[in-house]
Design a protein around this ligand. Structure first.
Ligand SMILES: Cc1cc2nc3c(=O)[nH]c(=O)nc-3n(C[C@H](O)[C@H](O)[C@H](O)COP(=O)(O)OP(=O)(O)OC[C@H]3O[C@@H](n4cnc5c(N)ncnc54)[C@H](O)[C@@H]3O)c2cc1C
Length: 398
């Protein structure tokens, strides 16, 4: 049986980042993912509009990443594999109530990235590590079973291969099978909401501003794309099943209503992606020689746009905790995993609680709550200290 320093279940954005970070620490590992090896994303194309339909636009699966995540990714070497033409910086966030006059604006720096392009960019770094013999990758391979002991993990993959390692990292997403096999339970609740995401073309430029409107049936975010007249919308709502059946022109009209003139006429909408939503926290993040990161440890409502940022922060904290120990030393590993859990779990819980609070204040809207939140948004907008705190939180430095 081949023995590695570490094994990572899941080659999503967080798992790939973790493999690169660990390789940079001089560790040798194996990463496996039940999905196919990432493919090159299509070239950044020229969008066309036909009957309110936006064709050949970029992918609607984008994420707002904060300066802390950008710094982390820079260290991993993603830039040389991700064209600047696919990056969209933003410098401000505007939030408003779709049912009243309350609004709030604050400076917030970050980048909108396409998830598939970032995954491809990280995968290029991973491929170089594989060629250098520092990492082994198995695609279309899941986990069959795992034994977690103080002196390391032994696992069997769906391919039949048996692996052992000093440490196992579960980065296999919100429905982590690895977490279940480790017997780690979660606290989770479903929303009746789903999220739809799609690219829209507008009459007015977005001006590199990220926007969010709290509509009566859920938050609608507008994330600016590199093209000045294109945004990705992410609408988390109880009514998306009906929305998916709307004609492009009817959907454009509905989006335009809630954009409240900020983006002018909504001219077209591209194909929609559709996601179920839930909040979930693992009761614990660590086992004997195993640890959860990213959505396997926590998944939160996208209204705060923070899930991926939290996943990258997990990897950074885990690597920093492990730097101080030597893999193979049982006591050292247990202590390092406890440090990691002690740092990350309270911060992730705090972000989850904030997101939940926002969600409850804005949904469902009773008339009294609606008035209170409008007054609250106006009051918040007048408090420079609080706005500074919001800016810091959005940057990932708090
Ligand atoms: C609509 C929407 C908008 C969002 N917007 C933002 C945003 O603006 N900013 C932000 O920071 N976050 C955002 N998020 C959250 C962000 O997308 C997630 O937090 C992030 O993608 C989680 O990454 P991950 O690598 O942990 O998990 P995943 O992306 O789920 O990756 C898990 C990987 O594990 C693999 N896998 C699964 N099961 C197994 C198994 N049994 N064995 C082996 N491999 C397995 C999968 O194939 C996959 O490759 C958003 C989420 C949604 C739904």
């Amino acid at each position: 049986m081949d023995r590695f320093d570490y094994v990572i279940a899941g080659g999503g954005l967080v798992g790939l980042a973790c493999a690169i970070e660990f390789s940079q620490m001089g560790l040798r590992g194996l990463l496996f993912d039940q999905g196919a090896e990432p493919k090159a994303p299509p070239a950044i194309g020229h969008a066309e509009i036909v009957n309110h339909q936006l064709l050949n636009a970029g992918s609607p699966r984008v994420s707002a990443i904060n300066p802390a995540s950008i710094q982390f990714l820079d260290r991993l070497g993603w830039r040389s594999n991700y064209s600047d033409a696919g990056l969209s910086p933003f410098s401000e966030m505007l939030v408003w109530d779709g049912e009243g006059g309350g609004d709030l604006g604050f400076p917030a720096e970050g980048l909108i990235i396409e998830n598939d392009r970032l995954r491809w960019a990280l995968h290029q770094v991973v491929k170089a590590l594989v060629q250098a013999g520092r990492l082994v990758c198995r695609w279309q391979t899941g986990i069959q079973d795992v034994e977690d002991a103080a002196d390391g993990v032994s696992l069997r993959l769906t391919s039949g291969e048996a692996i052992s390692a000093e440490l196992m990292v579960a980065a296999d997403g919100a429905r982590s099978k690895t977490r279940d096999l480790l017997g780690i339970r979660t606290l989770s609740w479903q929303y009746n909401q789903t999220a739809i995401a799609g690219v829209i073309a507008t009459g007015r430029p977005h001006g590199q501003v990220a926007r969010q409107c709290f509509t009566p049936d859920g938050p609608l975010a507008f994330l600016p794309l590199p093209e000045p007249d294109q945004n990705v919308i992410v609408w988390s709502s109880t009514k998306n099943d009906e929305r998916l059946n709307l004609s492009p022109s009817a959907l454009c009209a509905e989006i335009e209503k809630y954009a409240e003139g900020a983006l002018g006429h909504v001219r077209a909408v591209g194909p929609l992606a559709h996601f179920p939503l839930q909040q979930q926290q693992a009761h614990r993040y660590v086992g004997k020689a195993s640890v959860l990161v990213g959505d396997a440890a926590h998944s939160i409502h996208p209204l705060a746009g923070q899930g991926l940022n939290l996943g990258f922060a997990d990897v950074k904290a885990l690597a920093a905790a492990l730097q101080k120990t030597r893999l193979g030393s049982k006591r050292g590993l247990t202590a390092a995993l406890q440090v990691y859990q002690g740092q990350r779990r309270p911060l992730n819980l705090r972000m989850m609680a904030t997101t939940e609070l926002l969600k409850r204040v804005f949904d469902p809207p009773s008339p009294a709550l609606r008035l209170a939140r409008n007054i609250g948004l106006r009051w918040l907008d007048s408090q420079s200290r609080l706005k500074q705190a919001l800016t810091l939180a959005a940057s990932g430095h708090m």
